[in-house]
Design a binder for this molecule. Structure first.
Ligand code: ADP
Ligand code: MG
Length: 671
């Protein structure tokens, strides 16, 4: 609460408003100063009535203003209107149920009428206000009840006045000149209150550049520090054959080639840092196991980190096959004695391979000799975690595995510190998942069909919903609980529910039953998103599919299609938005993760795609990055340059970057 009161330093903000700001996550002056506008209303130039465009904001220079009329419509609405003219035409400003507005309407020309043009029924100006001067470009912020745009605008202005002086410039002048960047302070102010479009563009560019430079300088520093370290040179001779004997299948060509890259990296005395990208189901787990196997054969420990406990459990089953008694799992909900035993086994080296969730990186675990660190489904793990785990030993080899295909330009920036391997294609015999868009009137029939299939073929199905409970605000969105109740009531198969609010033990129990085939239909939220592997499940239904990003839908449907059978994915939507429907159609046409990623980048920006927030990139930066890869590249180049200059040149940026990525791990939410 202490921090909260800081906002009352702003003129016009009393204690009563604080809670509204808090709901938007705004507690400090700094928070407000960096709360970025959702969009802008451009009132920087006067617009002639004739040329005003439908749906656009316009500032109209008032040449003549008619008398104010107030009347009651048949509907009961009180309508206030006034006619405004310039030399090109007339437009009517109107207000509903605001008779008091009449008092604020000027009676003489010589001012500007500001509003949004509506030409569908004559020329009308909506939400009109008047101003003596052109206000320039007005920011439009995300709001919550209890706040208006004008309160927000003046709060932001107040916050800027109070805290802008403390903002430190991070880039030396010659660098700013070289890349044509405005000062940071200017950018922070201008992004809220730009005078014109050019100024705004320059401010956005600087802020996007800043985000990217902060990120890349950390990565570049990590990379350089690592280069100076000595890694373990593992002996890999003859290990491939031994490993293949334990592996229940023959690797694909793509898997072989990545295994080769891993073995070469591990044999070298430089620490490996490799990103393995491969579509869902492409068989990345075997690659992780291979690295762990090489480590174990050399007497070194390895750790495989999973984003969820469900996944960690699944990995543990495999680890036991390869490492028997010397495999272990660590997770949040273990009893204290069991946990202690595992931790001491890791410390004395009796445990050689361990998997678990982020509980592992909480700093309590000491390894006897850590050789390999693998992070599965890395998009849930940001830079901070990468740096953190690297501290666990002198210089372990690291592998990061990702099922989120990232267009190459982006991955260069976000993973500039890593070498990249691609696992192309799928293991043999896999039939591509047939994906269909199901209109809502066919929904019931679809569930009947699935029920029939389950009974006939003894297969299983997932049903994924975007949220757990019903929510009044989102009436068209189906919740997991509602769908569960509905299916349980109407279908004569075994239905279960799993979601993120369940305790881990409960979740695991349900997943285990599903894995053993004791459940036919598993209704869930996205807790099953990553990595779950139940080959007998070959039907996936996604309710309210428009609520998900394409890359995420692609990940979800990757849960099926793991066995030999033809798998199916049904996308349900009640959305009538054309763009939503065409986005979903795209998924029915391709199974190529990279194409889907690019489409997502195009339609929703990179934020959704790669968890930009976890990389410390603001939504704003992310939006700018989507359209402007060039700025990204320059920021990366700039970070490299700075590190080669005398220390004082890079000091400020590096300090800011370290502050950003070194905060406690607590504020990272995983899943
Ligand atoms: P992901 O890349 O999504 O992590 P997994 O490693 O979980 O994929 O593999 C998906 C499924 O494919 C697993 O059941 C795995 O045993 C199987 N698999 C992987 N590689 C092969 C292969 N070369 N031949 C046959 N099956 C394979
Ligand atoms: Mg996996």
């Amino acid at each position: 609460m202490e921090k909260t009161s800081e906002l009352t330093k702003i003129k016009g903000i009393g204690p009563g408003r604080i809670k509204h700001f808090a709901r938007l996550g705004l507690f400090s002056l700094q928070d407000l100063a960096s709360f970025l506008p959702r969009s802008y209303l451009d009132y920087s130039k006067p617009v002639k009535i004739e040329a005003a465009e439908d749906g656009e904001p316009a500032a109209i220079e008032v040449r003549f203003i008619g008398p104010v009329k107030t009347f009651r419509a048949k509907s009961g609405l009180t309508i206030t209107t006034v006619s405004i003219s310039d030399e090109t035409g007339n437009i009517t400003a109107s207000w509903f149920n605001q008779p008091y507005i009449a008092r604020s309407i000027p009676s003489e020309p010589g001012c500007y009428a500001l509003g949004t043009v509506d030409k569908r029924t004559g020329a009308r100006l909506l939400r009109t206000s008047f101003s003596k001067e052109l206000p320039g470009i007005l920011p439009v912020y995300p709001l919550t009840s209890g706040l208006t745009q004008s309160v927000m605008r003046s709060a932001v202005r107040g916050a800027l006045e109070l805290c802008l002086d403390e903002v430190e410039e991070t880039l030396p002048e010659e660098i700013r000149a070289e890349y044509g960047l405005v000062p940071l302070k200017t950018a922070m102010e201008t992004v809220h209150f730009p005078k014109n479009a050019e100024e705004l563009a320059a401010a956005r560019r600087r802020l996007a550049f800043e985000d990217a430079a902060v990120l890349t300088i950390v990565l570049e520093k990590l990379r350089r520090d690592r280069k100076g370290q000595k890694g373990i040179a593992f002996n890999t001779a003859g290990l491939l054959d031994e490993f293949l004997e334990l592996l229940p299948f023959e690797p694909t060509a793509a898997q072989y080639s990545v295994m080769n890259e891993i073995a070469l990296d591990m044999a070298s005395n430089q620490p490996m840092s490799r990103l393995i990208q491969g579509d869902v189901g492409s068989g990345k787990t075997a690659l992780a196991l291979y690295a762990m196997f090489i480590a174990a054969k050399n007497g070194a420990q390895s750790v495989l980190m999973a984003p969820t406990e469900i996944l960690a459990e699944q990995h543990f089953t495999l680890l036991k096959r390869f490492f028997g008694e010397r495999a272990a799992i660590l997770k949040g909900n273990m009893s204290a004695p069991v946990k202690r035993e595992v931790i001491s086994g890791i410390a004395d080296g009796s445990i050689i391979a361990v998997t678990g969730t982020h509980a592992l990186i909480e700093g309590k675990v000491e390894f006897q000799k850590l050789g390999v660190v693998i992070t599965d489904e890395q998009h849930r793990f940001g830079v901070r975690q990468r740096a953190e785990i690297g501290k666990k030993a002198e210089s372990p080899d690291t592998i990061i595995m990702s099922a989120t295909p990232i267009p190459r330009t982006l991955s260069l920036i976000l993973y500039g510190d890593l070498d990249v391997s691609l696992v192309k294609g799928m293991p043999p015999g896999r039939k591509p998942i047939a994906t269909r868009l199901v209109p809502s009137e066919k929904r019931i029939a679809m569930y009947r069909y699935i029920e029939e299939q389950i009974k006939k073929e003894r297969t299983q199905a997932y049903v994924v919903c975007p949220m757990i409970e019903e929510n009044e605000d989102l009436e068209r969105v189906r919740s997991a609980e509602a769908v569960f109740d509905e299916l349980k009531e109407n279908l004569s198969v075994r239905v279960a529910l799993v979601h993120g609010k369940l305790k881990s033990a409960e979740k695991e129990a349900v997943m285990d039953e599903f894995r053993r085939g004791e459940i036919d239909i598993l209704v869930s939220t996205t807790v099953i998103e990553v990595g779950v592997d139940v080959p007998n499940a070959c039907t996936m239904v996604i309710e309210s599919a428009e609520r998900f990003g394409l890359a995420q839908l692609h990940q979800l449907r990757g849960r099926v299609g793991r066995g030999q059978r033809q798998s199916e994915c049904y996308l349900l939507t009640e959305s009538r938005s054309k763009s939503a429907v065409s986005r979903l159609k795209f998924l029915t046409e391709t199974n190529d993760g990279f194409k889907i990623a690019e489409k997502d980048l195009e339609t929703r920006g990179p934020g959704e795609l790669i968890g930009m927030r976890q990389h410390g990139i603001s939504e704003f930066g992310a939006a700018a990055l989507a359209s402007d890869i060039e700025t990204l590249k320059q920021a990366r180049e700039c970070a490299e340059k700075l590190l080669c200059m005398p220390e004082e040149k890079s000091e400020k940026l590096l300090k800011k970057a370290m502050r950003k990525y070194n905060r406690s791990l607590e504020d990272i939410v995983i899943n």
